[in-house]
Ligand binder design. Sequence first.
Ligand code: ACM
Length: 441
Amino acid sequence: KFRIVEHLQGVDSPEAYVMRVTRRRVEVEATSEAGLYYGMQTLLQMVDAEGRIPCGVIKDEPRFDYRGMMLDVSRHFYDVDFVKKQIDAMAAYKLNHLHLHLTDAAGWRIEIERYPRLTELAAWRTHHLWKDWWNGERRYVESDDPDSHGGYYTQADIREIVDYAQQKYITVIPEIEMPSHSEEVLAVYPELSCSHESYKDSDFCIGNEQTFEFLENVLSEVIALFPSEYIHIGGDEASKQSWKVCPQCQARMQQENLSTVDELQSYLIHRIETYLNTHGRQLIGWDEILDGGLAPRAIVMSWRGTQGGIYAAERGNDVVMTPMTLCYFNFYQTESREGEGLHIGGHIPFEKVYAWDPYAGFSEAAREHLIGVQCNLWTEYIKDMATIEVMLLPRLAAMAEAQWSTDRRDESTIRAKMETMRRFYEACGWQCAPYYFDGRK
Ligand code: ACM
């Protein structure tokens, strides 16, 4: 029996649930539908090999409000059904935010009605495999070219993904990259770059008012499609080189009294934050948004380590921790890398994720600004669905423990649970990596 109640004793979160299993019945209570849904996920995963459920009482609530996963759909494009299947896996583990990396050099992936060239040309490239394209001439091709590779989500596709996720209590956060990782935009709208030439720059020209007009127009369509309070604006890895010699950027710096190019980036982030706030949304960005001065309400996604996140939280900004050495699920799962295929360097075995304490290094005061934890799957080397699943599972189980559970981490407990999980993956039709189960680290 599933029932919504006014209050639950001993738990605070609106996502909490209490489950009682006796010989005769299963009863789940929660103060929200999401809570009931999470109770159901737990129940489904408790069934043992003989189809039994242990009797007992579970009081359960999340450690963090924000439990995220990022999927890069630019480096390789995946269709709507594929995204839905990953949403199912996230939902099973009670994740509640799917961050879609929708724009990058490798392809623009969302229909923007006002700027059709983004999806007529910037969404299509000469090679299917990112590596072949990146090591070649990095050209875009017209969508109707018989040799084009890529794709994009129409606005109807986006609505379908957002609705599907919502039914599973998952918010989809769109990421629109700025001011860098924007080669594809600048190839089709070169007037927005410092050189005004296609295939030259990766950073938008911040001196040019047209850049703001473009970004705000794009964001207005994005806001209309995504109900998410958080809108991700990227912000990472800008080269900033062209700004140093661009007369328009230099004029902007003089006019605004900015002495460094870091401050010029910060000027853009502040303006975009104001735009988003005016439309009732919050800006979230990679931790480079700290450089040159952090925007007042911005949420920092700390990937270059933990220092950026800790610093921002000390200052009073909310942060999501996603340090590369623990949360980049595109890293290898074993030391030997044998049989893993080609991935981006680094080694993140299941055990490392499981042992992680996201609060490590946070002062008491800063802890309250740590709103959540996220794993990221960058797809430069991941061209197909099977590989995505194998990179996610079973590490997503370890991540979910860091995101949801306050239990003491105990290797023998998780090992027993993971045997049940393996059967669960099979029942759901999800592939998983063998390494944790066969002992290879
Ligand atoms: C990132 O990995 N550049 C956020």
